[in-house]
Design a protein around this ligand. Structure first.
Ligand SMILES: [Zn+2]
Length: 170
């Protein structure tokens, strides 16, 4: 077994409509292609393929909760749920975090594109208020609280999905 987890699916094709990416996902052969747009969240997925982790935060001074000093959210949100104004994008530089919890996946369901076994992990990212569900590429035993750093599938390796973000032990 490899020490590092690999993906087993083929990278998905994308097209663009305006600034939005449209993912082409051939679930049931070519005639069964599922088209899914990332819409206003496209910068997040583009960022991953460039090795950048982007989140959003509310900067509206009139926001009843954040009052212009919003915390960073990942996955990103287009609009603030409290003031309904557009959120702004911000990059997490050199993303690192802590394993909040995890599951050791020995047998995945149909369509899983991650080579089993692997650790599905929830990461509390430094500087981000939300917790990201993702995967660890290391297979050695881990525990809650272990430190991790982000890695990215970029260029020809990019899948154009959330799998372009992974984590490895520090
Ligand atoms: Zn707000």
């Amino acid at each position: 077994m490899n020490e590092r987890v690999r993906l087993v699916g083929k990278p998905s094709k994308i097209s663009e409509e305006g600034n939005a990416w449209i993912l082409h996902f051939p679930r049931f052969a070519e005639e069964g292609t599922h088209y899914h747009t990332y819409g206003e969240l496209t910068p997040y997925f583009k960022g991953l393929t460039e090795g950048r982790l982007l989140g959003t935060k509310c900067s509206n001074a009139k926001c009843p909760i954040y009052k212009g000093k919003g915390e960073l959210w990942i996955p990103p949100r287009r609009d603030c749920p409290d003031c309904h104004q557009p959120m702004v994008w911000e990059e997490v530089k050199n993303p690192r975090g802590t394993i909040y919890t995890y599951t050791y996946v020995e047998r995945g369901g149909t369509g899983l594109e991650i080579e089993c076994p692997y650790y599905q992990i929830d990461v509390k990212v430094d500087g981000v208020c939300s917790i990201i569900k993702s995967y660890l590429i290391n297979r050695k035993p881990i525990k809650i609280g272990d430190k991790v750093k982000a890695g990215f599938l970029t260029g020809k390796e990019a899948t154009h999905t959330c799998l372009d973000l992974y984590w490895e032990l520090c």
